[in-house]
Design a protein around this ligand. Structure first.
Ligand code: CTP
Length: 395
């Protein structure tokens, strides 16, 4: 079992941290709780020591006679440092490496992974200063959870609630898992493609790239060396992932072709255009000259290409976006494109598919099928990566 430092900062959500500490202890972890002075205004060390069975630390320990030893010892003994709730003030300080208390000092001194669960008023979360701090922390490799939307301490509603203790616990368990894809290369496609008619007009689809990013992040967190070939998206780059930006299906195919043979796994989440205009005008076509019908030609199916040249050792995962016959269509694509797994997605269903936050999927393999979800795209990504790791282990 692992040793976890649980940092608690000021906020009403601090009481939920008591439940989190209790759950972690019940799953057999050693939990060292560190309270900031602001946290002490909401909860006491005694609440935590009662559930963790260990003493809780405060800033007075940093400045005590053995203070030097306390923060270094805690920082180095930890397998994971969790800060829940993480206040706006704490995020801002952590982003700048300010070490004005025991918890902030541990964050600087630890070689372990750090996971932060922000909780604050919606305006504070949305403030550019907080968003800058979060972006910096993520770039530095810290895991910053998204706060949830709902009822806030002020009585208003908005984004800023700390996720429930059981949700944070799931993240903790996921973060502590051994890197099952260490030393392996994973190639992912994501997002839409654009097929230009002229410089100001194109054919595309509503894909956001969120599924590709979620899969790429799950692979990265499993220790893989990840390349994400992605079409035009508004979403920010995920740190620790090599991102190759492309526009058209042809560019995506080229980017995949140059990297495919080195990949241990290829996961095609992209919504690639199936057709493109036969001709692309370099100059804008005037309205009066626009044709009522557009001559089109097929694009290359990237996943099918990969399936036709794949090696036995490689694992191939595709998606099937369907509005009917989900299982049958997913199975057809599994065989036709020589995949190990096809993730079927009913895009006609509310809460699934394009641009949705959550997905209900059907995982179809040669051995059978199983329902996954409703789950967040990240959770679906985790399931895919677990499948890939399992297959790679068998080879
Ligand atoms: N795909 C691809 N290149 C294409 C088209 C699709 O790599 N030119 C991949 C997608 O990334 C996805 C899978 O193929 O993993 C299935 O895509 P989907 O749009 O569901 O199916 P199609 O093959 O286009 O089939 P159909 O239109 O018959 O449903």
């Amino acid at each position: 079992m692992s040793r976890i430092v649980l940092g608690v900062t000021g906020g009403v959500a601090a009481y939920k941290a008591v439940m989190l500490a209790s759950r972690l202890r019940q799953s057999g972890h050693d939990v060292d709780v560190v309270l900031t002075p602001a946290a002490e205004a909401f909860v006491t060390g005694l609440s935590f020591s009662s559930v963790s069975g260990r003493r809780a630390y405060t800033n007075s320990d940093l400045f005590s006679a053995e203070g030097q030893i306390v923060h270094v010892e805690l920082a180095h003994a930890a397998d994971l440092v969790v800060v829940a709730p993480a206040s706006a003030d704490f995020l801002a300080k952590a982003a700048h490496g300010i070490a004005d208390g025991l918890l902030a000092t541990i964050l600087l001194a630890t070689p372990a992974k750090v996971l932060l669960a922000p909780a604050m008023e919606a305006e504070m979360w949305g403030n550019p200063a907080t968003q800058r701090a979060v972006a910096q922390l993520r770039t530095d490799g810290r895991i910053v959870l998204e706060p949830e939307s709902g009822h806030l301490a002020s009585g208003r509603s908005g984004i800023g609630r700390m996720p429930a203790p059981e949700v944070i616990e799931q993240w903790i368990l996921r973060t502590l898992r051994p890197p099952v894809l260490a030393g392996l290369r994973v190639l992912v496609t994501g997002g839409p493609t654009r097929e230009y008619i002229d410089p100001v007009r194109f054919i595309s689809n509503p894909s956001t790239g969120r599924m590709g990013i979620a899969v790429a992040e799950a692979a990265r967190d499993a220790g893989a060396d990840v390349t994400l070939v992605i079409g035009p998206t508004e979403l920010a780059a995920a740190p620790g992932i090599q991102k190759v930006e492309v526009t058209s299906a042809a560019e995506m195919l080229d980017a995949v072709k140059t990297r495919f043979s080195e990949a241990d796994a290829f996961i095609a989440t992209a919504a690639v255009a199936d057709l493109r205009p036969e001709a692309r005008s370099l100059a804008k076509v005037k309205k009066a000259d626009l044709q009522m019908q557009l001559a089109m030609e097929r694009t290359v199916d990237i996943l099918a290409w990969a399936g036709s040249v794949r090696q036995q050792r490689q694992v191939l995962v595709g998606f099937a976006a369907e509005t009917g016959n989900l299982a049958a269509e997913a199975r057809r694509k599994l065989h036709e494109k020589h995949c190990d797994l096809v993730v079927g997605n009913d895009v006609g269903e509310p809460g699934a598919g394009f641009a949705a936050e959550t997905n209900r999927c059907l995982f179809v393999t040669a051995d059978g099928e199983r329902q996954v979800g409703p789950a967040s795209k990240r959770e679906v990504g985790e399931e895919i990566i677990a499948f890939v790791a399992d297959r790679l282990r068998q080879r």
